[in-house]
Design a protein around this ligand. Structure first.
Ligand code: 5GP
Ligand code: ZN
Length: 116
């Protein structure tokens, strides 16, 4: 049995506030939103991170971004948004299932990263 949290959310075995799903991807509100708009888009298929994709995953990678721009506009971030894909330990990834954060709202999201 797959023990991955986001696989369980994609399958509907763990509740989430889903905003979109199709045959390739699922999107839902982040449980701890960092901005007024904070949605996660994930592949249905388990892919551990962006460091684990191959050329065969290009259709789902494209879908993640095309769905992201549609959901940002539809969910209160029509004037722009930021997509973040935390990857691995250095990237600060906490959930080991590839996901795109969509962050937005009506005010600028803020600096990309803090200066060292
Ligand atoms: P990461 O740090 O891996 O890029 O981001 C993981 C994100 O998943 C975090 O923003 C966290 O709030 C969110 N998250 C963790 N567990 C759950 C959950 O059970 N439900 C939802 N909707 N979001 C979650
Ligand atoms: Zn998974």
């Amino acid at each position: 049995m797959n023990d991955c949290l986001f696989c369980k959310i994609a399958a509907g075995d763990i509740l989430s506030s889903k905003v979109y799903e199709d045959e390739l991807v699922v999107a839902f509100h982040d449980i701890h939103p960092l901005r007024p708009v904070h949605i996660l888009v994930i592949p249905r298929k388990h892919i551990a991170s962006l460091a684990h994709v191959s050329a065969a995953d290009e259709p789902v990678l494209g879908r993640l971004l095309s769905v992201a721009q549609k959901l940002a506009a539809e969910n209160g971030s029509a004037d722009g948004f930021r997509c973040i894909v935390n990857t691995g330990r250095i990237g600060g990834q906490e959930v080991p299932h590839l996901h795109v954060h969509i962050l937005g709202g009506t005010k600028p999201v803020g600096p990309m990263v803090e200066r060292n």
